[in-house]
Design a protein around this ligand. Structure first.
Ligand SMILES: [Zn+2]
Length: 429
């Protein structure tokens, strides 16, 4: 019978126990009582730490890469050339963005045996968010990656920012592990807490070869798990850019060591679990159009329909609140064709129904438009709402449409005549 990894057998890190850690230890103790770790006959629910991972007898190394930066493609190639596989934690909203790996590049990585894991939708600092928002960030990201054809099993907390609530959400969202705090201690095998995998500090521009080797040698000596964290790959592109010559020298050295290199998902093991649906937000996300991702410069959680040579969208610093507002400019054709509206999705962005409002200035009249998602997940055609007059000072357009039976809504505004409209601070209530 293969040895099983059991969270409850592990009692390390007593010195770090704060209130949060104690809550976690209680949770682990409860898991021990209910999960069969104490030798009970009750079959345990398959916690990933117990589902088939093989403890590495002499230690193990995982090479992990954060944020899906484009230059990591070369790092992946270096790994592949040496028969190694890495774990790439990517942000679903930045796939296709300038400087980031696109879907084709990520598919090539997966094809070559590298693991594609999740890292939230927007690189969110999770402990600062409410539960629903954490689920949108973690579960929503995971389902977006699945929609791109990947099967993410492993997650990494942005900024190494972890708390018990966020760990619980990573587990709820179907991940088998979550890479957590850095610079605390190297991880043990089995890990004390698969949803807070510990790592040394990220390997950055100032790293030296002996320093990185030391992480590996320490893991080998303690039969532990060295989870190394890399970001960028360059000479002098920033504090988190590892020098290519150093990276190559490290990999050449590592290849000559006995310690195996495995992806995080393979070390942890376990089945790929389903992603639960996320609860649609009751607010407009990115309502002030502050966050922009993607090659087209479209705000996160929004979609743009009908851009053309005569109808353009862009962000402008002419904001009512925050730094940015959105602006539509139409010089010809059908002005109503260009629409910026809440992204039509299953609830990661599309809110539940309510009264709608947006602040705007415009050189021509504007119209609110609306689409509804049915319970079956189908979006309706756009329907026209009320028209509001041109205005040179910020004015609020509001509309309370009938929304019976809508599981989600998307709304936006269009120009009714050529001209330009600037908008900011969307809301539902
Ligand atoms: Zn990151």
């Amino acid at each position: 019978m293969p040895p099983k990894w059991c969270a409850c057998e592990n009692t390390r890190r007593g010195e770090e126990e704060g209130p949060v850690r104690r809550v976690l230890m209680v949770a682990i103790a409860v898991a021990a009582l209910t999960g069969g770790c104490g030798g009970q006959d009750v079959p345990p629910s398959p916690r990933p730490s117990q589902t088939g991972a093989t403890p590495a007898a002499g230690g193990v190394v995982s090479l992990t890469f954060d944020d899906g930066l484009e230059r990591q493609e070369q790092m992946a190639r270096e790994l592949t050339e040496r028969g190694m596989a890495g774990t790439f934690y990517v942000l679903s909203t930045r796939v296709q963005a300038p400087g980031y790996l696109d879907q084709t590049q990520l598919a090539r990585l997966a094809q070559a045996g590298h693991e594609i894991g999740g890292h939230t939708r927007t690189h969110a600092r999770l402990p600062t968010l409410h539960h629903d928002e954490q689920r949108r960030e973690i579960c929503g990201d995971r389902s977006a990656l699945e929609a791109m054809g990947f099967t993410p099993r492993s997650f990494a907390f942005p900024f190494h920012a972890v708390n018990a609530a966020a760990e619980a959400v990573a587990e709820e969202c179907g991940y088998n592990s979550a890479r957590g705090r850095a610079g605390v201690a190297a991880e043990t095998t089995p890990p004390g807490d698969p949803y807070d995998l510990n790592t040394p500090l990220a390997v950055g521009a100032n790293a030296t070869l002996p320093e990185i080797q030391q992480y590996v040698l320490a893991a080998e000596k303690r039969k532990g798990w060295a989870i190394l964290v890399f970001h960028d790959y360059c000479d002098g592109c920033g504090p988190l850019g590892v020098k290519p010559t150093l990276f190559t020298a490290f990999l050449d050295w590592l290849k000559g060591q006995k310690i195996p290199v495995r992806t995080v998902g393979d070390v942890i093991g376990g089945e790929t679990r389903p992603v639960p649906p996320v609860k649609a937000p009751s607010i407009v996300l990115n309502a002030s159009l502050e966050n922009y991702f993607g090659k087209e410069g479209i705000p996160d959680c929004w979609q743009l329909d009908g851009r053309s040579a005569t109808a353009t969208f862009g962000r402008v610093a002419d904001a009512r609140t925050g730094r940015w507002a959105g602006r539509i400019k139409v010089t010809g054709g059908d002005p109503a064709r260009l629409r910026l509206a809440i992204r039509q999705d299953d609830g990661e962005c599309a809110p539940t129904a309510g009264g709608l409002s947006v602040w705007y200035t415009a050189t021509a009249p504007v119209r609110l438009t609306l689409s509804r998602r049915t319970r079956d997940g189908v979006w309706s055609d756009w329907s026209d709402g009320p028209v509001f007059p041109a205005t040179s000072t910020w004015r609020r357009a509001t509309w309370t449409p009938r929304l019976a039976g809508a599981a989600g809504i998307s709304f936006g505004l269009v120009l009714t005549e050529p001209g330009q409209a600037t908008f900011d601070d969307f809301a539902v209530r």
